[in-house]
Design a binder for this molecule. Structure first.
Ligand code: SF4
Length: 408
């Protein structure tokens, strides 16, 4: 169930139906101001809504004062063990402070932090981690790790409520994808507060992205989760942001930049599509509009499932074709496909988002397509289309959920 409460982290609403926010965490030494600010600028450019910085020492608090002033996006201070650092981070102007009520020195210390946060109107993120559950839940953790995580989170929530503090979101992290899914599902039924989702220590860019896509994607598709962070073993925090966005874009929860669709290729392919797709993906990074661009490895399928794409190419050995919204635009030599595709995209923007068609070139492309298309071929796309049509007859498991939300 989606969270009912909303908090505001430095101007970014979290929960209560707000768009799912993408977060990351800097990997620099926070006190290294130049390196930290460089990374914050890079993650902001990649689309991070919020950034978290580690604050393990006093010199990091000093840097934090300048970071919150200079950062283009809200900054969360990440605190462990030391409640005085949490107080100092609040006073330094952090837009939110993340702490684990279980490792900050007991309820009295949590109360001091909550009181100060209340005075300043600053939200907190209270985090529970499978690796640092309170002692009295250790036994339960062996028997039922999901229940142990959820119990810890609920106990912390109740503690905050007893302290008259409700300006918080909750994160419950585990390295296990099934446990993350199960525990967040349970917690979302038990508390009304916004949830931050992540898979702890997910791994490298490849495996970590997949684990995160499966774990977070499953929850987000159910409407659970208000902000996400993809934890990847890389020094390039912007990679985490890109993966987070791809998950949200795949679920149509948010839009950002073009969407690239590409066929998986098969034995019909006659040109170097790997290189072409990589080049198109790279060049599309310069565009902000959510246009859909499709790349088909051959024309046997006609324009097939790329019919809805704003622009697309289909290639062959020597000649390919550029199309737009199901209609051929022009035939071009294969080695010119990418340049001509971008020429058409730029022409579209120059004409005020209007596809510019040259009828004689379009007619030429249509006849090339007719020669190359084989309406009877059972291609991967046609099989997928048949399966999708069959599935459409059954009720969609995600109907009515939050897929239409866009950033305001
Ligand atoms: S048949 Fe489909 S998968 Fe194979 S190259 Fe053509 S478009 Fe790509």
């Amino acid at each position: 169930m989606a969270s009912q409460r909303q908090i505001n982290v430095g101007g970014v609403p979290i929960g209560g139906g707000a768009p799912v926010a993408v977060q990351t965490m800097t990997k620099t030494e926070t006190a290294d101001l130049r390196a930290t600010m460089d990374q914050i600028k890079r993650v902001a450019e990649a689309g991070a809504d919020i950034v978290r910085v580690a604050v393990p020492r006093d010199q990091d608090v000093e840097a934090l004062k300048e970071i919150v002033q200079a950062s283009p996006i809200p900054v969360i201070a990440d605190i462990h063990f030391n409640y005085t650092l949490a107080l100092k981070a609040l006073d330094a102007g952090a837009h939110c402070v993340r702490l684990n009520p279980g490792n900050i020195g007991g309820p009295d210390k949590v109360a001091l932090v909550a009181n100060r946060a209340n005075e300043l109107g600053t939200p907190l993120r209270i985090g529970v981690n499978s690796g640092s559950l309170p002692k009295h839940l250790r036994e339960l953790e062996f028997e039922n790790p999901v229940e142990a995580l959820v119990t810890a989170a609920v106990e912390f929530v109740e503690l905050m409520e007893r302290l008259d503090f409700t300006n918080f979101k909750v994160s419950m992290k585990s390295t296990s994808v099934p446990n993350t899914i199960a525990s967040n599902r349970l917690l979302s039924e038990r508390i009304p507060y916004p949830l931050h989702l992540g898979i702890t220590e997910a791994g490298t860019k490849w495996s970590g992205s997949l684990k995160s896509a499966v774990g977070l994607g499953t929850l987000l598709a159910d409407g659970i989760g208000d902000t996400i962070r993809i934890s990847l073993s890389t020094f390039h925090a912007e990679e985490e942001v890109k993966v987070g966005w791809e998950i949200l874009k795949a679920l149509k929860l948010r839009e950002r930049g073009p969407v690239l669709i590409a066929c998986p290729t098969c034995g019909r392919l006659q040109f170097d599509m790997d290189t072409v797709v990589a080049e198109i993906e790279r060049r599309l990074e310069a565009y902000e509009d959510p246009i859909e661009v499709s790349v088909l490895g051959c024309a046997v399928n006609g324009i097939g499932e790329a019919r809805h794409a704003d622009f697309g190419i289909t290639g062959a050995k020597d000649t390919g074709m550029i199309y737009s919204r199901g209609e051929p635009l022009k035939k071009v030599p294969t080695e010119r496909l990418v340049d001509e595709l971008f020429a058409e995209i730029d022409r579209y923007y120059k004409a005020g988002k209007r596809v510019v068609r040259d009828e004689s070139r379009a007619a030429e492309a249509r006849s090339w397509l007719a020669e190359n298309e084989d309406a009877s071929a059972m291609t991967p796309e046609r099989m997928a289309a048949m399966e999708a049509a069959a599935a459409d007859k059954e009720a969609s498991p995600v109907a009515g959920r939050r897929f239409t939300r866009t950033r305001t």
